[in-house]
Design a binder for this molecule. Sequence first.
Ligand SMILES: Nc1ncnc2c1ncn2[C@@H]1O[C@H](COP(=O)(O)OP(=O)(O)OP(=O)(O)O)[C@@H](O)[C@H]1O
Length: 481
Amino acid sequence: MPALVRSNSFIFPDLEFTLRRQFSKANFRPFQREIIQAALDGNDIFVQAATSFGKSLCFQLPAVVDQGITIVVSPLLSLMMNQVEALRAADINASSLNSNTPLPEKDRIMNDLRTGHPRTRLLYVTPELCAQDRFRDRLWVVHEQRELARIVIDEAHCISEWGHDFRKDFKRLAWFRESFPDVPIMCLTATANGQVREDVLSVLGLNANPQRLKTFTMTAHRPNLHFEIRYTRDEDDSRLEDFLKWIRSVYQRRADDRRKNELTALGERVDNVPGIIYTISRDECDNLASQLRQEGIGAQPFHARLTKDTKEQILSKWISNEPGYDIIVATTAFGMGIDKNNVRFVVHWRLPKSFEGYYQEAGRAGRDGNAAYCFLYYSREDRDRVSSLIVRDRAQVPNNNFEARAKSLQALAVYCESVNACRHKLICNYFGENNTPVCDYACDFHKDSADLQRRFLKGLASEEWISTQREEGLYEVDWDE
Ligand SMILES: Nc1ncnc2c1ncn2[C@@H]1O[C@H](COP(=O)(O)OP(=O)(O)OP(=O)(O)O)[C@@H](O)[C@H]1O
């Protein structure tokens, strides 16, 4: 069967001009132009690229130059809101439709779709909405008028049961290809291994027509991030002390006369070193933020129990580098869709639940391309606690892809306990890359492998000790995440 290539684009749109005029960017980053061109040629596209690569532009720019509406399916409300806000600020007609959308706005969007010739260029929706008959009926109308330009599935790994973040409703997105076989689909993700990739393509029906599919898989490597594991154990838990020592040493370097003058000239405070500390439970999040404040550090908690207004206020002050808002202490509810480019460190206070989650969260650091620091406090006790959370989740949520989650957590624990290889290499290998990325002393192994070995041998509780404690049920936790 010949490739079914459909294009609604103007003849030879000037992509550079649109990039500058609508998106205020001087140049494309490597591969962005190729991806955008392939999309405008009417292909299905699969993009896998590291965090902060600039994936959003790959569908936003085609949406602006193409005729018709682009539907963007996204799992996260915060991510949608941020993107819609930024697009509107650039004078692009974008909206989002989800459970938080006020009724008059919902009606306005539905009426716009009903015309068959919507004015909206980009409409961000949740996968749940895509399963609703009312919304589907509207899309039929738009499609009949040949105005359905493209379907975009952001965070596409959520489709796969082999992914760390599987969502049942993502599977139902198969409806798009079944219903509108001529409408191109673009999938984007930062974290997929080969198995997840194959699964995504097969669920969406994209591999049924390989001539039409263009796959762009870029390295997961983020050379500007420095990766380090810090070992600890319950009996001698020195996380807080260790972190305070580290952050104060950073402030001290910035307080040095010459550096201070440079910072003053830039209008920066010595202690404005924006960072995120990820914790697992809400209580720990509150306690840690308050302990840090008592030590004179500008830290604020961020988790689902806070009110919407409080969260918005904390976020906007952190983004605008206000004093007292330098560090966000957060649960995993925070981070995706946050586009703050000067985050200088991401600390994992405890072991995250998956390798993919860890890398995605660490990837919030250094989006401006400058050096940033990512360290994780690892203890074997936490490994067992997080394991117990995954087992708990299995009991609470049926079909929650327990096997994939358990494997991912295990791989993360092995990564933490590895002391004989470059962290960047281990990460790239996990995501299926065989090459050895260049690491310019940007990991604990390359910085000082002897020190890494020493810390590993000294820092952790023994497996014998852990197994006796485990048998007594000491690591079975029920944290409120
Ligand atoms: N060509 C470009 N020139 C300059 N900045 C760019 C360019 N493309 C994207 N950016 C900026 O890079 C940042 C990251 O882009 P984006 O949010 O799309 O990343 P992403 O690949 O989706 O990453 P993540 O998975 O971490 O969200 C944004 O601030 C965006 O404005």
